[in-house]
Design a protein around this ligand. Structure first.
Ligand SMILES: *[C@@H]1O[C@H](CO)[C@@H](O)[C@H](O)[C@H]1NC(C)=O
Ligand SMILES: *[C@@H]1O[C@H](CO)[C@@H](O)[C@H](O)[C@H]1NC(C)=O
Length: 257
């Protein structure tokens, strides 16, 4: 696996957080031409409307060599409003960030969007990035046991057909500390492929997220996150959404193009 960090991309991370609350990451590759450019705009319109309607869409635009395939999805627990503004931001920003690319992907905490000039639906793709909390837990032994158990539980929830790729849960670390975790596969994956993507992400916890207070795995086929604060919906009455500061996180990229 190829691990490298880049301050260039972190720069964009800061710009994003100034506009919306959540950090994002993106990647672009493969030049394209004008025909595809027009198709990308049509595709993006389909992706936005489909995602607002159903939370997920995998579709294409154009024909032959100019055909472009796209997938967009909101995290299964977010409201229709949050989903709608997230996917519209994603569509607008990806065109600005990857103006001449036929393989583009953008990650937000609430949604994900990608397009490519070859079909990729149903394939497990673990290219992407990690966002790791710079702080470490104080009692790694207990923490890691609880984390592993919770990840097991929510991964098996995610692969059930009715879950639409989403699993989430909480676990008490101590009287005062609670662990929150969420996994989400893209909905084009089979149960088996979803399990494979999540297993790869969680299997990399040991090296990438080791003893961190929080970690986000942003893969092209699945999203995995855990934190010591509430970050998913619905919130319980005593919980409030915590907006972590981006300076508490470090970005690590993983690419396998
Ligand atoms: C680019 O555009 C032309 C038509 O103008 C088309 O024939 C070609 O296949 C397109 N795509 C690529 C990747 O070159
Ligand atoms: C957390 O642990 C990592 C790896 O052991 C270390 O490099 C890092 O400096 C630690 N962070 C803090 C804030 O102590």
């Amino acid at each position: 696996m190829n691990l490298l960090s880049s301050s260039f991309l972190l720069f964009f991370l800061f710009i994003f957080t100034a506009e919306s609350a959540d950090p994002a990451f993106y990647s672009c590759s493969n030049g394209n031409n004008k025909t595809q450019g027009a198709n990308i705009d049509n595709l993006l319109a389909k992706l936005v409307s489909g995602t607002i309607q159903d939370g997920f869409i995998a579709t294409s635009d154009g024909e032959g060599k100019d055909q472009i395939f796209g997938l967009a999805q909101c995290r299964g627990d977010v409201s229709k409003n949050d989903c709608s503004s997230c996917i519209q931001d994603a569509a607008t920003n990806i065109r600005k960030l990857c103006p001449n690319q036929a393989d583009a992907r953008i990650w937000y905490d609430y949604c994900f969007l990608r397009y490519k000039n070859t079909i990729f639906f149903g394939e497990v793709d673990t290219s992407g990035a990690y966002l790791i909390n710079v702080q470490n837990v104080t009692d790694p032994d207990t923490f890691n046991k609880k984390l592993a158990a919770l990840m097991d539980q929510i991964s098996s929830e995610a692969v059930k057909p009715a879950s639409k790729g989403l699993g989430k849960g909480k676990s008490d670390i101590s009287l005062f500390i609670k662990l929150y975790a969420l996994v989400q596969c893209t909905r084009d994956l089979s149960a088996l492929s979803c399990a494979e993507c999540l297993a790869t992400a969680i299997g990399n916890f040991g090296t990438v997220c080791e003893n961190r207070k929080g970690c986000r795995v942003l893969y092209s086929s699945c999203y995995v996150r855990y934190e010591l604060y509430p970050f998913f919906f619905p919130l319980e009455p005593q919980e409030s959404l915590y907006h972590s500061s981006v300076k508490n996180y470090k970005l690590i990229m993983v690419f396998k193009h």
